[in-house]
Write a protein that binds this ligand. Structure first.
Ligand code: MN
Length: 231
């Protein structure tokens, strides 16, 4: 097949313990999936999970032992951090049951769902889409993916984020309102999941603004650290 110009480069994410890379297909994100964060965003009761997406090339791979450099995005004065457990899908599937969901997980990583909170607030007020608030360039920094063969199924474990050495977010993955298997099942009824999909599973409470020069250090038990400097 002839292309009228060269295709854009495939976005990939580092894999822990190997030089092979994980090719990214889509990035799905879950909204309000920890009770205390849902409350800080105005939640009033348990709701069905809801989803939004980021473009695949918003993923910014930060290999182990490195510090990712994220440019402060344009058109915002209120960039927020959201530390999240990321699930990497390794097999195509749709209408997946909760029981079958674990078979579709290739691995896990620490990710940041960076958010232009001012644009999101405006979108909410106007009943408009969140795309510009969530799906901008470099909006999804992500640490190396740890194969599930090494981590086993993740149902609990400390999740946290420090900014310039000070704790901002601290919780446990066991506080997810909809757990990893439930999220995979729900999503797979809306979309055909594909090998290469990444799912950002939601952030705990403590989201706040960051500015150029800030060092963000995220960590999830068993998945190591994700360090990002805003430039
Ligand atoms: Mn999020």
């Amino acid at each position: 097949m002839d292309l009228v110009f060269p295709a854009q480069k495939q976005t990939t994410v580092a894999v822990d313990g190997t030089n092979a890379e994980f090719p990214v297909h889509r990035i799905y994100c879950v909204g309000r999936n920890y009770v205390e964060h849902a409350k800080e965003m105005g939640w009033t009761g348990r709701e069905a999970p809801f989803f939004f997406m980021k473009p695949a090339d918003a993923a910014m791979s930060v290999p182990a032992g490195t510090i990712g450099e994220m440019p402060y995005p344009p058109m915002t004065k209120n960039l927020h951090h959201e530390i999240e457990l990321v699930v990497a899908i390794g097999k195509d599937g749709k209408d997946i049951t909760v029981e079958e969901a674990p078979k579709y997980v290739w691995g896990y990583a620490v990710g940041l769902d960076m958010t232009r909170r001012d644009l999101q607030a405006e979108a909410k007020d106007q009943g408009r889409p969140w795309c510009t608030a969530k799906g901008f360039d470099f909006s999804a920094p992500i640490g190396p993916i740890h194969p599930v063969s090494a981590t086993q199924w993740i149902a609990h474990g400390a999740i946290g984020l420090n900014v310039n050495g000070k704790a901002r977010q601290n919780s446990d993955v066991n506080k997810l309102i909809w757990n990893v298997a439930e999220v995979i099942s729900c999503l797979s009824h809306l979309y055909t999941l594909k090998a290469g999909d990444l799912i950002f599973t939601g952030t705990p409470e403590g989201v706040a603004a960051v500015v150029p020069g800030d060092l963000l250090e995220g960590e999830i038990e068993g998945l190591g650290e994700l360090k990002v400097k805003l430039i």
